[in-house]
Design a protein around this ligand. Structure first.
Ligand code: MN
Length: 255
């Protein structure tokens, strides 16, 4: 029964998303990849490998999606299969990692995190991205951080400060408030017990070296500065609306 309700919710979310994105000139909702399926599937890139050039070059996108992201999806499936835990939505799993047997918990956190984080990452970027958010999200950013440029500076600084591999995030907490955070490795803000502040991520920036080193080498700051040119604020706004209802959109909505 719970599964039916959840699927119904996602159907409604996608319908809403499709309507809003129709207005924004984007595409319709896609099939399910990380929710409502027995075995997770690699979500497609919603644009060509070279679509984000010159911000991110094609060779990085090809390796990052086809090798790294594919590997996370394959390995989380293997770990869940090992303990007979296939069939649950990935978001539910990552929110409740302690519900898994201890011997696969680390693998599911790392690879399940990698599967979900990258699914979000491709979606919140677009060749038509950049600029600033509009509407409800813009108001919330101004209210929380003072201005969009203050937000951008704080996010860049926090993300640039990740030691080693990890991510920077904009999330919505359970009181509906926006916050910026960073996580090591493939952890994300859903992972209660593994993060300082728990919430629903709506924007994420991958600062693992595999995300930029071929093009930017050690200049992580230049990668972060350039990345703002491809952020798809219409997509982030849809995620914000869902997060205010307590839901994370896990499957692609524009692929
Ligand atoms: Mn990555």
């Amino acid at each position: 029964m719970e599964t039916v309700n959840r699927r119904h919710f996602f159907t409604k979310t996608f319908a809403l998303g499709a309507t809003l994105m129709g207005a924004a000139g984007l595409h319709r909702a896609s099939a399910e990849y990380l929710t409502g399926v027995e075995t997770f599937k690699l979500p497609p890139l919603p644009y060509a490998y070279d679509a984000l050039e010159p911000t991110i070059e094609a060779e990085i996108m090809r390796l990052h999606h086809d090798k790294h992201h594919a590997g996370y999806v394959r390995k989380v499936n293997a770990a869940l299969d090992e303990v007979g835990a296939v069939g649950r939505d990935l978001v539910d799993i990552l929110k409740n990692l302690d519900s898994l047997p201890a011997d696969v918990r680390a693998s599911v956190r790392q690879n399940g995190g990698g599967a979900l984080n990258h699914a979000l990452f491709w979606e919140v970027m677009s060749p038509d991205g950049g600029g600033e958010p509009a509407g409800e999200l813009a108001s919330a950013i101004t209210e929380t951080f003072g201005s969009f440029s203050d937000f951008r500076e704080q996010f860049s600084q926090t993300t640039g400060g990740v030691f080693g591999s990890g991510w920077g995030w904009l999330s919505v907490d359970f009181a509906g408030k926006l916050f910026i955070s960073k996580t090591p490795n493939q952890n994300n803000p859903l992972m209660t017990g593994y993060v300082e502040r728990t919430g629903i991520p709506i924007l994420g920036l991958d600062v693992w070296e595999h995300a930029y080193y071929l093009q930017y080498q050690n200049r992580r700051g230049d990668y972060i500065d350039a990345w703002w040119n491809v952020v798809d604020w219409a997509n982030v706004a849809l995620r914000y609306s869902a997060a205010l209802r307590g839901e994370m959109i896990a499957d692609p909505i524009k692929a």
